[in-house]
Design a protein around this ligand. Structure first.
Ligand code: ADQ
Length: 459
């Protein structure tokens, strides 16, 4: 197999299998990470190591649109234990402030170790001498150390896309030392925010005796850079597509279908319990009670992509969101004009951007979120500088988008007040705030994020 100087390692490959009229092939998956990293990896003649989404299916490496894809074979048992167990039912809730109780099972953990070993084997095989290897996210926390054990000539970077918990929560993990040693196989460990990086340095000191330094930590004679590298979006692409005449026309159609003259509040999320969708709907319900004139003046659109539907907590969330939508419309709406429009699906890219355009108020209220790209996408598409962003103080993005209306996502009353304020915010204030936020996402886009991380890794 050809070896590469830049190897990206992520849970899934940047392509997915598609069936076009009986002929199957690969197509590039949508998503921010892929659009950021695939061009860089291609330019550098790089490789991407990941899972195809198929079970027990061995596939040879293949090149798609100029990028070498290296599939990792994963068994059904490994997916059940590692992905659905450790990743989605243990790490995900624990790292998100324990908003749901995490579950710990040794049999899951064994599968997580095995799966991480398979990724490390593939990455070690494809890395050229002295290559940069960049590992992504919570599915692969043991991979840095496992690669180091196989290849001590490569430079290893790791980036966590979700929050890193404070010491009191991380302490619960039965495998906390293994995870810390796993991550510290890297030369550079990156997080979304300064708080996450500080949490990590603190637990590394507390549980495995690492020494904190200015740049990160020292352990076993090695110096490791630990820092915040806040992820962003392809701002230029969002701004350009949003301004296209067909997208603007679609936005106008959305606005008139939702009721001319009515203001639109919008939520766009994966249907995940960390995103605060249910409390947000309760806040809108509260607003309708506090200010009955809102029934005439405003409408709420919630677009939610189905996610992890086999897990009980996700089924329960879907039930409660759908019950709330029914209850709000049942109590407050009139025939022919719903107050909450609920779409449980993925919107095509252009429609998503038209929806952002049609929204006077974007409501992003996760209980906890590594960064939250939706907030940045909304800002990037507001080329006329209007619109108001309501943003949870517990989203990583809050540290950068200081001109949003910040809210506590657990406080339905406070959020109802923020919605009222947003709906009546004067244009001049909207413009001042939006302009400042647009500057932030223009200056710091996903390309800058990737090059800053890779620069840090090469020093
Ligand atoms: P996510 O938890 O998936 O990402 P987010 O950052 O908001 O959260 O990204 C979601 C993406 O899905 C956005 O690009 C959005 O446009 C898209 N999307 C959501 N709903 C959609 C819909 N109905 N139709 C079409 N597209 C939709 C994880 C972390 C985040 C971190 C990112 C990147 O949880 O905190 O910001 O990774 O690091």
């Amino acid at each position: 197999m050809k070896q590469s100087h830049l190897v990206i390692v992520a849970n899934t490959l940047p392509v997915r299998r598609v069936d076009r009229g009986g002929r199957t092939g690969w197509e590039t998956s949508p998503g921010g990470l892929v659009s950021a990293l695939a061009p860089i990896a291609k330019r550098e003649g790089g490789a991407w190591v990941g899972w195809t989404g198929e079970l027990d299916r061995a596939r040879q490496p293949f090149t798609h649109e100029g990028l070498l894809n290296v599939p990792v074979t994963v068994t059904a048992e490994q997916v059940a234990g590692s992905y659905e167990g450790v990743c989605n039912r243990m790490i995900w809730p624990l790292y998100h402030q324990g908003v749901r109780p995490p579950e710990y099972h040794r049999r899951w953990w064994r599968q997580y170790v095995e799966t991480n070993e398979r990724f490390a084997d593939s990455a070690a095989a494809v890395a050229a001498p002295g290559a940069q290897v960049w590992i992504h996210d919570y599915h692969l926390q043991l991979v840095p150390r496992l690669i180091r054990a196989r290849r001590d000539d490569v430079r290893i970077g790791y980036f966590l896309h979700i929050p890193f918990p404070p010491s009191e929560l991380f302490a619960h993990l039965p495998w906390r030392e293994e995870i810390l040693h796993g991550l510290l196989g890297a030369e550079c460990v990156g997080f979304q925010t300064k708080t996450d990086a500080a949490n990590f340095a603190r637990v590394a000191k507390r549980f495995i005796g690492a020494k904190r330094t200015k740049a990160g930590i020292d352990i076993a004679g090695r110096s490791i850079r630990v820092d915040a590298f806040p992820i962003s979006i392809d701002t230029e692409r969002y701004a350009t597509v949003a301004a296209r005449p067909d997208v603007v026309a679609q936005a106008e159609r959305f606005a008139s279908q939702l009721g001319s003259g009515r203001k639109v509040l919008l939520g766009v999320d994966r249907l995940d319990y960390t995103k605060g969708i249910d409390v947000r709907l309760k806040a809108f319900q509260q607003l309708l009670r506090n200010r009955p004139e809102t029934k005439r003046d405003a409408v709420f659109v919630q677009v939610a992509v189905p996610s992890r539907e086999r897990i009980a907590e996700y089924k329960e969330l879907r039930r409660s969101v759908e019950e709330l939508v029914g209850s709000i419309n049942g109590t407050h709406a009139e025939v022919g004009s719903a107050l909450v429009h609920y779409l449980r699906r993925t919107l095509p890219f252009e429609e998503l951007l038209a929806m952002y355009q049609a929204a006077d108020v974007m409501v992003v209220t996760p209980l906890c979120d590594g960064m939250n790209l939706v907030s940045k996408e909304y800002v990037a598409t507001r080329f006329d500088d209007t619109g108001v962003l309501i943003l949870s103080e517990f989203a990583g993005a809050a540290a950068e988008l200081k001109d949003a209306l910040h809210v506590n996502p657990h406080d339905a009353n406070g959020m109802a007040e923020a919605m009222a304020r947003a709906l009546s915010m004067p244009r001049a204030e909207q413009r001042r705030r939006m302009r400042a936020m647009r500057r932030v996402v223009r200056r710091h886009d996903v390309h800058k994020w990737a090059s800053e991380f890779l620069d840090a890794l090469s020093h």
